[in-house]
Every structure is written in structure tokens, then in C-alpha cells.
Design a protein around this ligand. Structure first.
Ligand SMILES: C[S@@+](CC[C@H](N)C(=O)[O-])C[C@H]1O[C@@H](n2cnc3c(N)ncnc32)[C@H](O)[C@@H]1O
Length: 338
């Protein structure tokens, strides 16, 4: 007998998301950071007028494994302590708000799919979120980049180019790994450079930032030892993603490495089991379709774009869980290494 449970799970995903969003907004997890609290005190600490409302919210959070409870007292779980207390080094509290992209993009999704892409207002909404988004992901991206930097062999005075540098997390971590004579060049759109990355020029020696389109912005170098494309390809239409990959490969100095970090999707033609395993990446890909000109990227697409320019993935590393990074080299270099 078929069950409506998967339908309810999808419908209830909306309420589960807003329960989490509301708890973060009310400071509920922060209020429990150092203490367990009974309902009345937790309601007072979060400014909820009626304790019965707090009880209803907290009970749903407990059902979602985001709170624990013993005899009318509320407590954090290991997960909420690590990821939902705003002062935790691994806090995801900003991502709760930002990861779904522009909230206005979702109710428009049917129209977006019929039109073949988001309208200009939706694209602008997504662009407006970018400074907050790159700030919110900076700590994780810095950790990923540090893990990658430790795997690379750095020539003296290495040149690093980061196309779509965002917060500059990759550039600064790779500069740390590459040594004091390295030079880091970042490109991003003007409002991201101005509001986020520009603070790096004062604090990070060797860094230069350029505002413009990463496909066409002139660069002060014509060769780089490391080129970074971190979380940019999935938000681009296929032709631009291919052209961006081509630009990055063409920039590589002999022996240089292109780093591509993304949340890769399986692509078409797989079984439901494959898609179940890729649920997180598929969700992010649909988030791209709802709010950007892209619809995610597959590892097969990346391999084809690289092959067109005599380049190949030589290693895939995951320095932080769910953060896959392709190390790509020209085939001549890859053959010399083999
Ligand atoms: C998801 S963020 C990733 C930022 C950074 N690479 C990281 O991994 O932390 C995508 C970045 O690409 C930038 N971007 C989008 N379109 C761009 C364009 N046409 N030219 C330059 N940068 C662009 C965005 O402003 C944003 O900073």
C-alpha cells in the first residue's frame, strides 16, 4: 500500500525550515548554550509572549533532533550546540537564512522553469545576498583552502589567481600556504570586492583585488601557478562555465594547478538511489536554478571542459566533509607526474 509520507515530508519541509529559522531569529539556541531551561524561562529568554507557543516550537525542534528535553526542561543536542549556537566556531546560523537563496525566488520557480531561467529581479535579489553569503561561508572555505594548500607543492614567489574570490578566504589561506613571496590576485563583482574582500588588502600582504566579470576582467599576470574556481561554476549557464574553465586552464603556468571546488550533481540518467544519495547537492543545484543563471555542474561536464583544453583532474580531495575539490593540470604536466 502506498503511503503519503513522502508527500507530507516534502510539504512539512517548509514548516521545518521556518521552525529552524524562527528559533535562530529568536536566539533560542543561544539561550540554551550554557544552561538547560524550563519552558517558561526559555520563553522569557527569547521574548516569546506565551509559553505554550514556545512549547510548540521547541517540541517540533525536538522532533527534528535539534533540541533535547527531559521532564519539561529544554537542552541542546550535540548538533545544535556545534552548529546552531551563533558563537560556535562551526556556527551555521547565518547559513540558515542565506543558503536557500532569495526567499522570493522559490514561489517564482514554476515561472522560472517555464521561462528557462530567472527574471532580472530574481537575479538581482541573488546578487544582493552575495556579500552576506560569502561572509557566512568564509570560515568553511578557509578551512577547505588550507587543506588544499597543504597538499600542493609551491614554487618560490607563486602566483595565485582566484576567479570569483568572494570573501578572499581561498586567496588568504593559499597565500599562507605558499609563503611570504607569493602573490594573490582576486576577481569579483564590484559590490562584493567593495563590501567584503577589500578589507583583505590591508591585512594580507601580496593580495590584489580586481572588480569585474571574471570571464573578461583584465588580469595583471598572464600565468599563474594556481588558479581557483571555488563555488562559481554551478551558478553559471553551461557556455559561461565552460568558458570560465577554459580561461582558468589557459592561465596555468607549466606545472600549474587549477582548483575547482563545487557541489557536483550526478547529472541525468541515474537511478533514484543515486539521486537519494545526492539529495544535498541536488537541493543546492535547484537553489541555483531558482535564483541564478546556472543549474549546477556535474563532474562529467567539468571533465569534458577540461579535455577540450588538454587538462585533466589528477586528484579529488575532500579536506572538509562534503567539500570536494578537483586538482586539475594540463595533460603534459599530468603525464610528467605519472
Ligand atoms: C558562492 S560565491 C563563492 C566565493 C568564493 N569563491 C568562495 O568559495 O568562498 C560566488 C562568487 O562569485 C562571484 N561572481 C558571480 N558572478 C561573477 C562574475 N560575473 N564575475 C566575477 N565574480 C562573480 C560572486 O560575487 C561571489 O563572490
Amino acid at each position: 500500500m502506498s503511503s503519503p509520507a513522502p508527500v507530507w515530508d516534502a510539504i512539512n519541509g517548509f514548516a521545518a525550515y521556518w521552525a529552524l529559522h524562527t528559533a535562530v531569529e529568536l536566539g533560542l539556541f543561544d539561550a540554551l548554550a550554557d544552561q538547560q531551561l524550563p519552558t517558561g524561562q526559555l520563553a522569557a529568554a527569547t521574548g516569546v509572549a506565551d509559553a505554550a507557543d514556545l512549547d510548540a516550537l521547541a517540541a517540533l525542534l525536538a522532533a527534528l533532533d535539534l533540541l533535547d528535553t527531559h521532564g519539561g526542561t529544554w537542552a541542546l543536542t550535540d548538533t545544535s550546540r556545534r552548529f546552531l549556537v551563533s558563537t560556535s566556531p562551526a556556527a551555521m546560523t547565518d547559513l540558515v537564512r542565506l543558503s536557500p537563496g532569495s526567499p522570493a525566488a522559490w514561489p517564482r520557480l514554476a515561472g522560472t522553469l517555464r521561462a528557462g531561467g530567472p527574471d532580472a529581479a530574481t537575479l538581482a535579489d541573488t546578487g544582493d545576498l552575495m556579500p552576506d553569503l560569502v561572509r557566512a561561508t568564509a570560515a568553511t572555505q578557509r578551512a577547505v583552502a588550507a587543506g588544499v594548500g597543504a597538499e600542493l607543492t609551491w614554487p618560490d614567489g607563486a602566483v595565485i589567481v582566484d576567479l570569483g574570490c568572494g570573501s578572499g578566504a581561498w586567496l588568504s589561506a593559499l597565500l599562507d600556504a605558499a609563503g611570504p613571496r607569493a602573490r594573490g590576485i582576486g576577481v569579483d563583482v564590484p559590490h562584493v570586492i567593495d563590501s567584503v574582500a577589500s578589507r583583505l588588502t590591508a591585512t594580507t600582504p601580496g593580495i590584489e583585488l580586481h572588480a569585474g566579470d571574471y570571464l573578461t576582467a583584465p588580469l595583471p599576470v598572464d600565468r599563474a601557478d594556481v588558479v581557483v574556481l571555488a563555488h562559481v561554476l554551478r551558478a553559471e549557464p553551461e557556455a559561461r562555465a565552460a568558458a570560465l574553465t577554459a580561461r582558468a586552464i589557459e592561465l596555468l603556468a607549466p606545472g600549474g594547478t587549477l582548483l575547482v571546488a563545487d557541489y557536483f550533481v550526478p547529472g541525468a540518467g541515474h537511478t533514484a538511489d543515486v539521486y537519494r544519495a545526492a539529495r544535498h547537492d541536488l537541493t543546492l543545484a535547484l537553489t541555483m536554478r531558482a535564483g541564478t543563471a546556472g543549474r549546477g555542474v556535474t563532474e562529467a561536464q567539468l571533465a569534458a571542459w577540461c579535455a577540450d583544453h588538454d587538462a585533466v583532474t589528477t586528484a579529488v580531495i575532500e579536506p572538509v566533509p562534503r567539500q570536494r575539490v578537483h586538482l586539475i593540470q594540463r595533460t603534459t604536466t599530468a603525464r610528467q607526474r605519472a
